[in-house]
Design a protein around this ligand. Structure first.
Ligand SMILES: Cc1cc2nc3c(=O)[nH]c(=O)nc-3n(C[C@H](O)[C@H](O)[C@H](O)COP(=O)(O)OP(=O)(O)OC[C@H]3O[C@@H](n4cnc5c(N)ncnc54)[C@H](O)[C@@H]3O)c2cc1C
Length: 425
């Protein structure tokens, strides 16, 4: 039951994607009077076109030795590829690149792995906590995630990755052709070996699931304003004035959870962070006539396929570019071509293409925490490839910080001021 409005502190959550909806739900449950703002409504952000995985195995931050090599090669190359840097934007991107290289040092990389492992171990329990077990089970299932290889050599070349994951407690199974056929009868026989991560959960409808998380907040009395926040102002009495569509709204707590649009607010509010927008692409085949039982990564093609409510969905690409850059749908053409070469019978009729922006910080960790300059100003963005996975944890941490309660994990690695950048204000 919700508390009387008059006695409650007001919280404004900027953005109602997976992270904003979850933050709103936790804050509302903790007794705040919450208003979410999002021009696109609930659950429409980048999450809408994702493959719906609650990952357990993405523990190595991209800022590794290999990641740096790949990123530097992408920065030099003009080729249409699954990792790209927008060339006209390269001079502006160089500080991000420099920070990415410096985050790849062994200490930062080691620390990042432990943090990502712990965070992913709390991913499902925190979403369950806020939705309720039965509601969670209605949206997501522990189907596992398969990484498929076309040769024994390619599988062996990934042994180092598997060992690293095992050392960090990730549960995995190394399987051969017969088990692949048994688990995924529609996968063609080109796949000889696979790694199965059995603990991964999957939702077939990300928008529906994120909306259900947001509905927890709405049922508790929160409201959703379908408009963009233009500015957040910190007032001398410690409260906030939020401007949206020419109107101002008062708040005691403000959460910036606007995905890649968040860094502009962080800059304006004195907490710059080395952040870039990173575009991904997807294509959905509603009449695919291919049935997968779980998400499958095709390691050679660097592409993921997943069985979604709307059809078979293929995704790939990290394109580092400014938010105003137009999508290059040659990437979805490539996805369709790669999908058709894997699945001989893929029916591409009625296919729909999609692109969406991730929000990526150079050390591969999200920003989840309170501004060191303004008490009550919270940041929750930069989740990169793990925003659905870490949405519940982010909401739980944000609300604990707003309440002054001990969070479920140490928030120090996620601090907004972990990089020593000079504030622009
Ligand atoms: C191809 C692809 C596949 C992916 N697959 C997965 C996956 O399987 N599992 C996983 O964990 N992650 C996945 N991700 C990553 C995941 O989608 C993101 O990390 C996640 O969407 C981030 O959630 P968010 O709520 O922080 O941001 P977003 O989803 O970007 O939502 C931000 C919201 O803020 C709103 N907003 C922006 N500006 C304003 C403003 N001024 N005022 C108010 N609102 C504003 C936007 O409208 C938007 O709704 C994938 C990403 C891509 C690109």
């Amino acid at each position: 039951m919700s508390a009387p409005k008059t006695s409650r502190k007001k919280a404004i959550v900027v953005g109602a994607g997976a992270v904003g909806a979850s933050s709103a739900a936790y804050l509302q449950r903790d007794g705040f009077d919450v208003t979410m703002f999002d021009p696109d409504g609930m659950g429409r952000g980048c999450g809408e076109g994702t493959v719906g995985i609650f990952a357990t195995n993405i523990i190595a931050p991209a800022s590794s030795e290999g990641g740096v090599k790949a990123m530097l090669a992408a920065a030099k190359s003009d080729k249409l590829d699954t990792l790209m840097v927008n060339k006209p934007h390269l001079p502006d991107f160089l500080p991000w690149l420099a920070s990415f290289v410096s985050a790849s040092g062994p200490q930062t990389f080691e620390a990042g792995k432990k943090v990502l492992q712990e965070a992913q171990s709390l991913a499902v329990s925190t979403v369950r906590d806020i939705m309720g077990g039965a509601a969670f089970d209605a949206h997501a299932e522990e189907r596992g995630w398969m990484f498929a290889y076309e040769s024994e050599e390619a599988f062996q070349a990934a042994q180092g990755d598997r060992d690293l994951r095992k050392r960090h407690g990730v549960v995995l199974e190394e399987i051969g052709e017969a088990e692949i056929r048994e688990l995924e009868p529609d996968l063609p026989s080109i796949f000889k070996r696979a790694t199965l991560f059995p603990r991964a959960y999957h939702t077939a409808d990300v928008r529906k699931m994120v909306s259900a998380i947001g509905d927890v907040a709405l049922r508790g009395g929160a409201t959703l304003q379908q408009r963009a926040v233009d500015a957040v102002q910190c007032l001398s009495d410690g409260s906030f004035s939020v401007t949206a569509g020419g109107e101002t709204f008062a708040a005691d707590v403000v959460v910036i959870a606007a995905g890649p649009h968040s860094s502009k607010f962080a800059d304006d509010l004195g907490s710059p962070i080395p952040h870039s927008a990173e575009r991904g692409y997807g294509v959905t085949f509603p009449k695919a006539a291919i049935k997968l039982n779980r998400p499958v990564t095709f390691t050679k093609q660097k592409m993921v396929a997943a069985p979604m409510a709307a059809g078979l969905h293929l995704i790939s690409t990290g394109e580092f570019a400014p938010l105003e850059t137009a999508p290059d749908y040659r990437h979805t053409d490539n996805l369709t071509a790669a999908g058709s070469s894997i699945f001989a019978g893929l029916n591409t009729e009625g296919a729909s293409r999609w692109s969406g922006w991730r929000s990526t910080v150079t050390d591969g960790l999200p920003v989840i925490g309170e501004s060191p300059r303004h008490k009550g100003l919270m940041f929750a963005f930069g989740h990169s490839h793990l925003g659905l996975t870490l949405a519940g944890l982010s909401g739980s941490l944000i609300s604990a910080l707003a309440m002054g309660r001990k969070p479920v994990m140490d928030v120090a690695p996620f601090r907004v001021d972990r990089f020593s950048l000079v504030p622009k204000v």
